[in-house]
Write a protein that binds this ligand. Structure first.
Ligand SMILES: Cc1ncc(COP(=O)(O)O)c(C=O)c1O
Length: 386
């Protein structure tokens, strides 16, 4: 028998998508996959070289340091200082993570008990809600306003009394939402007022276009008292398979996550951390070509969609487009029509919570010419059914 908490969790929509994709592939169908947010570019050479060197290091024969390798801690905190102007103590305000997904789940486990609530954006990266349920607590979905801000005024007083953690994700997956800096200040004030730990998931800190610079929540004066932020190598450096990320911010929270994890694991592979150290050290040279490539893909897809009759706005960050399911289809109906017809795989919006229904996500994980073909297929199918 599974644990009751595990049993109570609704099926993972990405599993269902995988199953449908596998059925089509088994039937010999060629698929154009723009469903998953897994980078298709190579790991940067400077990181590959660092991994080769690291593989020969004696440090690898022993268990990693619980909190993180000092070289990774230094590289990550120096990056935070250079990139965001945020000064951190690498010994107490940093924790290495085997991916930010795992780190977010560990942070939730370390901070909530059954009966507590975690405030989650209504349209969200699934781990926020699922890790909360696994901890026996309740994810409370905060509605998103049209401009992407969280409607915190919609949360009732009884829920606020049970709330321990609030999660924010700007730039957002899948919404691509970004908010002005004043909004980050407002969120920090709100967290302080209600004694919440504010978790900022900054997975897309570097994937921004048109001169937009993604801010850190830790730039807000006084944020260190209430904020913990996750950063990852996965998207910025094409390293999703390496599993390397970090958490920075409020000391007490970092210590709790470190303490929680010490009970169940040994922290993060030293090899991955040394790869991460190289990536964050060389971020200034690694990131621009990666962003340039996504920018070209975004522009190609947006133009091709407009040519195909879709009214789309170009997102200024992330590696996604978040689009409306055309009239006449429900979420799975649209996904199946695309997969079974032209063989295009997209992610249904309901994968990101009920509030995501009626939308779907396209990832920029194919070259520009493939994305242009995808846009053509989307346009054709929409026109056929309209
Ligand atoms: C918003 C967001 N947070 C976290 C993650 C997970 O990243 P990692 O590979 O660091 O676990 C993703 C991956 O898609 C994401 O979109």
């Amino acid at each position: 028998m599974p644990a009751r908490t595990l049993d109570a969790i609704p099926p993972y929509v990405f599993y269902e998508l995988d199953a449908r994709r596998a059925r089509h592939r088994a039937a010999g169908k060629q698929l154009l996959d723009v469903g998953i947010g897994s980078p298709d570019g190579p790991i940067p050479e400077v990181v590959v070289e660092a991994m080769r060197t690291a593989a020969g290091e004696r440090a690898l024969s022993g268990y990693p340091f619980f909190q993180g390798h000092p070289r990774f801690a230094d590289a990550a905190t120096q990056y935070m200082a250079r990139r965001f102007g945020v000064t951190l103590d690498p010994r107490h305000e940093f924790l290495a993570l085997a991916g930010s997904k795992e780190g977010i789940a560990e942070l939730i486990q370390a901070h909530v008990d059954p009966g507590d609530a975690v405030l989650v954006p209504a349209v969200h990266y699934p781990v926020y809600a699922r890790a909360t349920l696994l901890a026996g607590a309740e994810p409370v979905f905060v509605p998103l306003l049209a401009d992407g801000r969280m409607d915190v005024d919609a949360i009732d007083a009884a829920t606020m009394r049970r709330a321990r953690v609030m999660i924010v994700n700007y730039p957002g997956n899948p919404t691509t939402a970004t908010v002005p800096f004043e909004e980050l200040t407002r969120l920090v004030d709100f967290a302080r007022q209600h004694k919440l730990l504010l978790l900022s998931d900054l997975a897309y800190s570097e994937l921004a276009y048109d001169g937009y610079r993604v801010p850190s929540l830790l730039e807000v004066p006084g944020a260190m008292d209430v904020v913990v932020e996750t950063h990852t190598c996965s998207k910025s450096f094409n390293m999703a398979g390496v599993r390397c990320a970090f958490m920075v911010g409020q000391r007490a929270a970092i210590a709790r996550v470190d303490g929680y994890r010490a009970n169940i694991g040994y922290g993060v592979s030293t090899l991955a951390q040394l790869a991460g150290a190289a990536a964050f050290t060389h971020a200034d040279t690694i990131v621009p070509p990666i962003v340039h490539e996504y920018n070209g893909r975004r522009d190609a897809l947006v133009l091709a969609l407009r040519d195909a009759g879709w009214p789309v706005t170009a997102p200024r960050a992330t590696m996604y487009l978040w689009l409306d399911v055309p009239a006449g289809y429900d979420d799975w109906g649209w996904v199946d029509a695309l997969m079974g017809g032209p063989g295009v795989v997209v992610t249904p919006g309901l994968a990101f919570g009920d509030a995501g229904r009626g939308k779907f996500r396209v990832s920029l994980v194919q070259p520009a010419d493939v994305l242009e073909r995808v846009a053509g297929f989307l346009g054709e199918l929409r026109t056929t059914e309209a």
